[in-house]
Design a protein around this ligand. Structure first.
Ligand SMILES: C[S@@+](CC[C@H](N)C(=O)[O-])C[C@H]1O[C@@H](n2cnc3c(N)ncnc32)[C@H](O)[C@@H]1O
Length: 227
């Protein structure tokens, strides 16, 4: 392992030096049709959890090449894609060309500093928490609460350690890589109690946590209305 896992900018820029590499590290394949279908699936999950409304300002943490933004943007007021990697954002810019209500923003990898308090309707992050240290996952949950408007909604997901396939991910990594040789971006799972704890501790209300496809754990909640 040459890079520290927590040096997200260096790690993810090095994984996305070409379109091919970036697609592989985002989705594990480079098939544009499948990419689009996967994006539709994620958009449907967001509709079923936090809900998607025509006037919403929506922010994705770790947007990659805009897999989800491309299908979601036509259904919302504004879609904002944030990522730690300038390479990913450059590729996202190409995929989103001609979709006017989109904005891309490079972030530090640890916060949502470019965004004002109480300014966003929906914050979501998908296929990102597995690459972050637990502390940095929680900091993003706190940051989501800060930037959301009162009543705003948050969604996050990860691989579920307690699911059969999640356990396989854990075991394969444990057996494949010796300590000191683990790739910086190696996936680390979550559990339902972790996601629920992070959302509740941050101050979200209406917290829900669920699993699906024997693989994913996901949680969503609402920022309390101002008193
Ligand atoms: C597996 S990809 C998923 C991309 C996108 N969410 C999707 O589902 O298509 C992980 C993305 O998270 C970004 N990322 C990694 N660490 C990050 C961090 N600390 N803050 C923001 N983005 C990060 C990577 O650059 C990459 O684009």
């Amino acid at each position: 392992m040459s890079q520290l896992r927590g040096d997200y900018k260096a790690v993810w820029n090095s994984l996305s030096g070409s379109k091919h590499a970036a697609y592989l590290h985002v989705a594990g394949h480079t098939d544009e049709d499948k990419f689009h279908d996967d994006g539709e699936d994620t958009a449907d999950i967001l509709r079923a959890t936090v809900g998607i409304r025509a006037a919403d300002v929506v922010l994705e943490i770790g947007c990659g090449v805009g897999r989800v933004g491309r299908v979601l943007a036509p259904f919302v007021g504004q879609w904002i894609g944030c990522d730690v990697s300038a390479n990913m954002l450059r590729l996202a810019g190409r995929r989103l060309l001609g979709i006017p209500n989109t904005r891309l923003q490079e972030i530090s990898g640890y916060d949502l500093r470019p965004f004002a308090d109480n300014s966003i309707d929906v914050v979501y992050t998908t296929v990102v928490f597995m690459h972050l240290e637990e502390w940095d996952r929680y900091t993003y949950v706190l940051e989501a609460l800060r930037v959301l408007k009162p009543g705003g909604r948050f969604y996050c997901d990860n691989v579920d350690l307690a699911s059969p396939a999640g356990w396989r991910v854990f075991e394969e990594s444990r057996l494949q890589f010796k300590p000191g040789e683990r790739p910086s971006q190696i996936s680390k799972c979550s559990t339902q109690p972790e996601i629920e704890t992070f959302l509740r501790r941050a101050g979200f209300g209406d917290v829900n946590v669920a699993t699906r496809l024997n693989f994913w754990v996901y949680g969503w909640g609402r920022k309390p209305e101002a008193k």
